[in-house]
Design a binder for this molecule. Structure first.
Ligand code: NAD
Length: 388
């Protein structure tokens, strides 16, 4: 059974869906693996290392996809309307496509998978259950994004982060506020603390308080009965009421004007990111302050952030880099490729002679049921079926 790993073609994407380590494991399971030439270069993986691990290197993308039963991608394949190469048309019928397929950003792609007879699974839909922790691409990538966001802020900041007591005088520690204390936010807190900053954070999920405090951060939060209902059964945040939003805005406004660096990480799955920092709040910060908006591609937590830009608002720099995990591509690829290996491994069964790997898909399984967008020529995910 053949696994295809094409080069990622979307803008700002430097990651790759397999590493020599995962290729070796797939080959040991009985798969053959074909990697498009140069697929790993931006993650510092030369073709020779894939070859050493047992992969075939193929310069022609059509040959990479030819006869593949399993396609490993980071982002969803390009479609004809998006450019010169129609990757989707190259994927063999009945193949299994795995990736961060972002179906809410491209709902039409889901029907296209069904139309092409592909089984498409979105890894970001894997439920946050204990059994699936090692497959959790949201966690592996957000964790790195939270770390990189603080480094990106430090690079833009023209002061030092830690307190320094020197013969020439004392440098005060930077004050960092983290909005949203999920996976990215908690790593941002830990990273800012390691750099010596004084850190505070806020979230709408009350359980975040203990997590923030365990990392040495101060938790600031609106007191409201609404918070008891702020978390879904899946552990995600809900959209809050207008009254809560107003009170939260007052709290953020009060805190933010004393901060040097703000790291925005707040998200609500399947919706636009909540706006937490408005223009007035940006104007209240002293020149030289930094805001990094990790939510910029989901609409932004900060009204001044622009995707792919570093905006200067009267001396306050608002950083809105695209695809932050990809800015730390070598580690992001390594962890993402392991997530994919951990997702595929339980699906593998050896064929009769035990030499060739086959996939057995149980669509009743809660992980596959949550992740599958299209199968057998139909859209099967409830968020995208017509009767939804
Ligand atoms: P996310 O990326 O969806 O959102 C980031 C954070 O923003 C969340 O903490 C959210 O509560 C917060 N947020 C949303 N609206 C906000 C607002 N108006 N103001 C302030 N903060 C706001 O979240 P995530 O990082 O993917 O984590 C979601 C949940 O999943 C968490 O409960 C986390 O602990 C849990 N989780 C579980 C596992 C596991 O058990 N396998 C793994 C990872 C994460």
């Amino acid at each position: 059974m053949k696994i295809a790993v094409p080069r990622e073609r979307r803008a700002h994407e430097r990651r790759v869906a397999a590493t020599p380590e995962t290729v070796k494991k797939f080959v040991a399971m009985g798969f053959s693996v074909t990697i498009e030439a140069g697929a790993g270069l931006q993650s510092r993986i030369p073709d020779a290392l894939y070859k050493e691990a047992g992969a075939t290197i193929e310069p022609d993308v059509a040959s990479v996809y030819k006869d593949a039963a399993l396609v490993l991608k980071v982002q969803r394949p390009m479609q004809a309307v998006e450019g010169d190469l129609d990757e989707l048309a190259l994927i063999p019928k009945s193949a299994l496509l795995l990736g961060i397929l972002s179906p809410f950003n491209a709902p039409e792609s889901v029907a296209a998978y069904a139309g092409a007879g592909i089984t498409a699974m979105a890894l970001e839909f894997v439920p946050r259950i204990t059994r699936a922790q090692s497959m959790d691409v949201l966690s592996s990538q957000s964790n790195l994004a939270g770390y990189k966001a603080v480094l990106d802020a430090a690079v833009e900041y023209d002061r030092a982060m830690p307190m320094m007591m020197t013969a020439a005088g004392t440098v005060a520690p930077a004050k960092v506020m983290v909005l949203g204390a999920g996976v990215a936010g908690l790593q941002a807190i830990a990273t800012a603390k390691r750099l010596g900053a004084v850190v505070s954070a806020t979230d709408v999920r009350p359980v975040a308080k203990e997590q923030v405090e365990s990392l040495g951060g101060r938790f600031v939060m609106v007191e409201s009965d609404e918070l008891k209902e702020a978390e879904t059964a899946g552990g995600y945040a809900k959209e809050m009421s207008e009254d809560f939003k107003r009170r939260q805005a007052e709290l953020v406004a009060q805190t933010i004007k004393t901060q040097d660096i703000v790291i925005c990480t707040a998200l609500i799955p399947g919706r636009k990111a909540p706006v937490l920092v408005n223009d007035e709040m940006v104007a209240s910060m002293r020149p030289g302050s930094i805001i990094v908006d990790l939510a910029v591609e989901q609409g932004g937590n900060c009204t001044a952030s622009r995707p792919g830009e570093v905006v200067d608002v009267n001396g306050v720099k608002v950083v809105g880099h695209f695809n932050v995990p990809s800015r730390i591509a070598a580690d992001a690829s390594a962890l993402y490729a392991k997530n994919l290996l951990n997702f595929v491994s339980p699906l593998v069964c050896a064929d009769g002679d035990g030499a060739t790997a086959e996939l057995a898909l149980d669509f009743e399984d809660e992980i596959l049921a949550a992740a599958t967008l299209a199968h057998g020529g139909s859209v099967v995910h409830s968020a995208f079926t017509d009767n939804n």
